[in-house]
Design a protein around this ligand. Structure first.
Ligand code: CP
Length: 331
């Protein structure tokens, strides 16, 4: 594996998922694989799970880890080609990423969207520039549009807890106090297409996701209708894609409740965390017997570990040639 930025980077998502489940049974079985290899983690935004699970996964494989909060601990980066850097941005990503590529064997970057410029966010301009200039195997730690490590962990969790051959999985929009990215929802929808599930996405009008990501899913504007007989309920807020980054007014009550969960097939409750308790999801559901929030967080270790393992197993010299020849973005 050369890159992990979307489900489309994975030759067989189901095989990767099975391999992650095997790794979980024996997390230290490949502790020599990462010897003398360095993982570099670059965060442009806050993180708890992604940061720590990546470190734990790398340690399980015997790797060393370097972590940096970009723009806080480092110089402030410029991303525009040809910029005259006479203002507040002190270093171009072209130089910074290239240097990091010299220090690290695998690089991961977290870069959230602006939520102000849809075209730029959905072009993944920031992520692609890091990929282009670091010239190393590359992992998205959540980009402007996708969060593949989270979705792989979610798919593992569903696999572990499903009782039905084809479970009904409902992704439901939830209230929030501020606009959030669409990345977790986009990514979950994208990964579920490669799982044997019946996916229903429910949200108020005005919160439609980009159709590229939701292909194959049933879209339902009535939460209670969507919840009927659900086996898994994944709760997440996202801001509007059409009225980009805004929060169109919602009249109905979209906060999930024990009463609403009675409509389901005793469904498991999922959330990627962090969660604003009693705003997005009530305490009684998060702390209830059907909650899988900690299982999802634990599986972040194994989604990260299986991706790192696949990258470490790749022939590095061959990989370097591929990266240089198959240009990610035209010069
Ligand atoms: N779910 C998730 O990505 O958590 P963090 O933002 O804390 O990394």
């Amino acid at each position: 594996m050369k890159f992990f930025t979307t489900v489309h980077d994975v030759a067989s998502p189901q095989q990767l998922l099975q391999e992650a489940i095997e790794l979980k049974k024996d997390p230290f079985g490949f502790s020599e694989l990462g010897k003398n290899k360095v993982l570099g983690l670059l965060f442009m935004n806050p993180s708890l799970r992604t940061r720590l699970s990546m470190q734990k996964a790398a340690m399980n494989l015997g790797m060393q880890v370097i972590v940096m909060n970009i723009n806080q601990d480092s110089w402030t980066l410029e991303f525009n080609d040809g910029a005259v850097m006479n203002s507040t941005r002190q270093e171009h990503v072209k130089d910074a990423a290239a240097v990091m590529g010299l220090y690290c064997d695998i690089i991961g970057v977290r870069c959230f969207p602006s939520l102000t410029n849809r075209e730029e966010d959905y072009s993944e301009k920031i992520l692609l520039q890091f990929m282009k200039y670091c010239k190393k195997p590359f992992i998205s730690l959540e980009s402007a549009t996708l969060h593949p490590l989270q979705s792989l962990a979610d798919a593992i969790t569903i696999k572990e807890f499903q009782k039905q051959k084809i479970p009904k999985v409902v992704l439901t929009w939830a209230p929030h106090i501020k606009p959030l990215p669409q990345a977790v929802a986009n990514s979950f929808a994208e990964w579920m297409r490669f799982s044997e599930v019946d996916l229903v996405i429910t949200h108020p009008e005005g919160y439609e996701l980009q159709e590229d990501f939701t292909k194959g899913a049933t879209i339902c504007y009535h939460q209670t209708e969507a919840l009927l007989d659900a086996d898994f309920v994944y709760v997440k807020n996202w801001s509007s894609y059409n009225e980009y980054g805004l929060m169109p007014k919602v009249e109905e009550d979209w906060l999930l409740s024990e009463q609403k969960m009675k409509l389901t097939n005793n469904a498991h409750l999922m959330h990627c965390l962090p969660v604003r308790r009693n705003v997005e999801v009530p305490d009684e559901l998060l702390d209830g017997p059907n909650s899988l929030i900690l299982q999802q967080a634990e599986n972040r270790i194994y989604s990260a570990q299986v991706v790192l393992k696949k990258m470490l197993e790749t022939n590095y010299n061959k990989l370097q040639n591929v990266v240089e020849k198959n240009v990610l973005m035209e010069e």
